[in-house]
Write a protein that binds this ligand. Structure first.
Ligand SMILES: Cc1cc2nc3c(=O)[nH]c(=O)nc-3n(C[C@H](O)[C@H](O)[C@H](O)COP(=O)(O)O)c2cc1C
Length: 192
């Protein structure tokens, strides 16, 4: 069953509006890496932009800076162990990190980027280079140039976690090995 559909770039911010733990991936000169990140945030609607904090200890950061491109993707409850593993192992010290963490990569046509299989959403980003922010605050800005989501949990511009298997819920990081799965949906009726 094919469950991945493109998301309008103007609605791409909604993929991270609920504050999930995400995976950053990048490829440069044939090297691919994936890391976990809790500090990712929407920045603008059109063109869609986001921020992510990528520490200098991360090999993924080198690949982002070298290629000027990266992917932000949203791992699921089913991927909690892989998410924790890519956040605690480094390609600097483990050349087989991706295999050891159980990461599988795939492509979307027209994007020379490593996308992580099994996630619920993917945002292909072009780095908007801001060397001062990157150096001083480890803060990276991306313009979203492509977005896709799993239609079982995101359709018509909205998440529908409550109607999907719990294993597809997003992860929300606290510290150590502690995460929460995203919770119940609450809606405020619009005033008339
Ligand atoms: C759940 C989780 C969230 C994390 N969030 C961030 C983050 O927001 N920014 C960051 O620089 N590192 C974060 N890390 C740490 C990196 O994922 C970690 O340094 C990783 O090993 C880097 O891998 P690499 O060197 O192969 O790129 C997080 C780790 C975990 C487990």
């Amino acid at each position: 069953m094919h469950t991945i559909a493109p998301v309008e770039l103007e609605k791409a911010y909604r993929l991270i509006n609920h504050g999930p733990t995400i995976l950053v991936s990048a490829r440069d000169n044939g090297t691919e890496d994936v890391m976990a990140a809790a500090w990712a945030c929407g920045l603008d609607f059109a063109p869609a932009k986001l921020t992510v904090v990528i520490d200098k200890i991360a090999k993924t950061r080198e690949l982002v800076e070298g290629s000027g491109m990266f992917v932000i993707q949203i791992p699921t409850v089913a991927q909690i162990q892989m998410t924790h593993a890519v956040g605690t192992r480094s390609l600097f010290t483990d050349p087989d990190k991706l295999a050891n963490c159980g990461v599988e990569l795939f492509s979307f046509a027209g994007f020379d980027l490593p996308f992580v299989s099994g996630c619920s959403a993917w945002l292909a980003c072009r780095l908007i280079a801001e060397p001062h922010n990157q150096q001083v605050y480890d803060l990276f800005i991306g313009e979203v140039v492509g977005a896709w989501a799993d239609t079982r949990v995101f359709s018509d511009g909205h998440w529908h976690f409550e109607q999907a298997p719990p294993s597809l819920r997003s992860l929300h990081y606290v510290a150590g090995g502690q995460f929460y799965a995203t919770g119940e949906a609450l809606n405020v009726p619009s005033e008339t």
